[in-house]
Write a protein that binds this ligand. Structure first.
Ligand code: PRX
Length: 653
């Protein structure tokens, strides 16, 4: 497993990019270490169309972050849509910018750079007419339609700040986000479509907006034509407003550190945090990493099948690819609709050259057998990517051997909502991959492994908590409205470093192997969730006294959700109760959240000071009750026996 695969010659040959060999990587990495400001100023001048080009690189550092955010390119001024759209009108006006396939196979739309520019201009004018001003927040709660990207870019065009909320989130989750960011406008659609099923986006929006909030206008795209509730004076049809708007909208020029978007993500504790990304640094990093990692070429048909509701969609469907003038694919459906051959059918029809998905999809598709793959022509593909969770070597090998027929290279890209772009990953033509390893850091990224017991750096091969030691342009600057929380979450565990929340191993070749989260965040089918969010949903039910939720290894989802539930006195466990609790989780988080195992327990294992010993709960869920360790400090050790016995029964079912 430690032997790297060679990068095939057809992947290496003819690259127009700056890193095409291991030596190039070494040189560029060293340059980014020796002169980070010079390195990033050079990149940004190449990749971004500035109104006033910056002369300054980084200001501030991790030690000073308590006093305020660090910044990049502080004296630069720009509008990101000039880089993503206007600059391409000279040479790429008729090139397809967005290639979209709807829920039904073959339902295809193409928007050229010229068309996308005009649509964004119209939508920007619509937003202005709805009263949106520079710096104000707009929530985008949509499915995977081209208009979602148009809406994001339209916000950026007028200096407004978008916050995309994944279309699977519940009304409660949407309401929390609307309130937290103080949005004045929500953009949604009548319904979403996914896997042949409709998703009631407008109805959920109406429910979310029932109560206190600052939303004055709701812009509604018609996708399915379903009748939807209508609030006179508040709701506006997208097509009506767009028909009245002109396509020209002068870009609002803003400072490099002007906010571009807020994206909510789950942490160990409390409610999801709104990570704030800013214009100049984020765009530079998204463009640089997209071009470099995937080895982008002018004729590529680039397909990332993520959702714009997550950071992957922001950086690698919208901002990175459009900044680079690529043809970027958007996909409304699922990998198994109408059957498990959907991805490869689209590869054949659209001739994708780069294909980027999540390990959970790869595992689910591998389980369906090779025929779904091999019946389609995949000869166009050069680079295969994965993101979102550790990929197990067996899934990696299948992706490489069956999907890629050994002709492609694989980039296993490690990064986070907080990092804005890819941080540790192979660079397609340059890095010999090893199955299951994210391999090497990108230029500008300086990983450090810290032994959590001693707080000391692990040098050479070893394992520890993954930290990054220096800011890079794409890093989130703060948590919207709560800078102290930003500092406490990321910069307090290890002084002077950014703590990622991931565990990691480094091998003798200096390759990094992400081992998974070391905090109470779980990655379920590539969806990042906090165990605390499940717990607060469960205890919201009056029958539940306490709940503790942990992750456990799951063949397809990567991590499954195991909930231990203590009922109130007098309540009894039943099938109906379980369904009610599942419903409660759905209502509070969303349709993508589901508990895999609900276990009633007489009590939670607590220390005498009342702290839940989650380590014990994790071991039981992992099926290792023999490895519980010392339980003598528990207030009531008999609870553990009951938990182990109950889990054994569930496992047998
Ligand atoms: O645990 C890591 C895992 O996903 C987390 C970040 O989740 P999120 O902010 O939702 O962003 C996902 C898309 C970038 C990380 O802390 N993760 C992401 N990519 C990988 C990964 N774990 C292992 N290998 C990866 N390639």
């Amino acid at each position: 497993m430690n032997e790297p695969y060679e990068v095939p010659e057809r992947v290496r040959a003819g690259s127009p990019n700056s890193i095409t060999s291991a030596n190039d990587w070494r040189r560029e990495y060293q340059r980014s270490a020796d002169d980070p400001d010079g390195f990033w100023l050079e990149q940004t001048r190449k990749l971004v169309r500035w109104q006033d080009a910056p002369t300054a690189g980084l200001s501030g550092d991790y030690h000073g972050v308590k006093a305020g955010p660090f910044s990049w390119f502080g004296d630069g001024r720009l509008n990101v849509t000039v880089t993503c759209l206007d600059q391409h009108l000279a040479a790429r006006a008729d090139k397809t910018a967005l290639l979209w396939e709807g829920d039904e196979p073959g339902d295809v739309r193409r928007l050229s750079y010229r068309e996308l520019h005009a649509e964004v201009g119209r939508c920007a004018n619509v937003l202005r007419s709805l009263g949106v001003r520079r710096g104000e927040r707009v929530i985008i709660y949509m499915g995977m339609v081209p208009e979602a990207a148009v809406a994001m870019l339209a916000c950026a065009r007028i200096g407004a700040v978008h916050s995309v909320v994944f279309g699977g989130f519940s009304a409660e989750a949407l309401r929390d986000r609307v309130r937290d960011c103080g949005a004045g406008v929500v953009i949604t659609q009548d319904e979403g479509l996914r896997g042949g099923r409709s998703i009631p986006l407008k109805a959920t929006t109406d429910e979310a907006l029932d109560g206190e909030h600052g939303v004055e206008k709701v812009l509604v795209l018609r996708r399915t034509g379903k009748d939807v509730g209508w609030v006179q004076g508040r709701d506006v049809w997208w097509h009506d407003a767009m028909a009245d708007a002109g396509p020209e909208c002068a870009p609002e020029i803003v400072d490099a550190e002007h906010p571009l978007f807020i994206l909510y993500t789950s942490g160990s504790t409390g409610r999801p945090k709104g990570l704030l990304h800013t214009c100049g640094g984020y765009l530079t990093y998204a463009a640089y990493t997209h071009r470099t990692v995937f080895d982008l070429r002018e004729d590529d048909v680039y397909a990332c099948v993520a959702d714009v509701g997550w950071i992957t969609g922001h950086s690698y469907i919208v901002y990175g690819p459009l900044a680079n003038g690529a043809t970027s694919f958007m996909f409304e459906s699922t990998p198994v609709y109408p059957d498990a051959g959907r991805y490869w059918d689209m590869v054949q029809r659209h001739r994708f050259t780069i294909f980027y998905t999540a390990p959970t999809a790869i595992r689910a598709l591998a389980a369906q057998g090779d025929d779904f793959v091999t019946r389609y022509d995949r000869s166009s593909v050069r680079v295969l990517g994965t993101v979102g969770e550790p990929i197990n070597p067996a899934a990696w090998e299948w992706y490489h051997r069956v999907v890629g027929e050994g002709r492609c290279t694989i980039v296993d890209t490690w990064w986070q909502t907080e990092t804005g772009g890819i941080c540790i990953s192979p660079i397609a033509p340059a890095t010999a991959p090893k199955p299951g390893s994210a391999t090497l850091p990108m230029p500008g990224i300086f990983p450090q492994l810290i032994d959590p017991d001693t707080g000391r750096e692990v040098r050479g091969p070893g394992q520890g908590h993954l930290c990054l030691t220096q800011p890079w342009p794409g890093q989130a600057r703060t948590v919207f409205g709560d800078h102290d929380r930003f500092v406490a979450t990321y910069f307090s565990t290890y002084e002077g470093r950014y703590f990622t929340g991931d565990g990691c191993r480094r091998d003798a070749d200096g390759y990094y192997w992400i081992t998974g989260r070391v905090d109470d965040v779980i990655n379920v089918s590539g969806h990042r969730m906090g165990t605390a969010e499940f717990e607060s949903a469960l205890v919201a039910d009056e029958a539940v006294g306490e709940a503790a939720v942990v992750g456990f290894p799951h063949d397809i989802k990567g991590t499954g959700v195991w909930a231990y539930v203590v009922l109130q006195a007098g309540e009894t466990w039943s099938e109906a109760m379980q369904q009610r609790l599942q419903r409660q989780v759905r209502t509070s988080i969303g349709a993508h959240a589901r508990v895999d195992v609900l276990q009633p327990v007489p009590g939670l294992p607590k220390t005498r000071s009342g702290k839940v010993m989650r380590r014990i709960l994790r071991k039981v869920a992992e099926g290792q009750p023999e490895a519980l360790g010392d339980t003598s400090t528990l207030a009531d050790p008999s609870v553990v026996e009951a938990i182990v016995a109950g889990a054994a029964v569930l496992k047998r079912c």
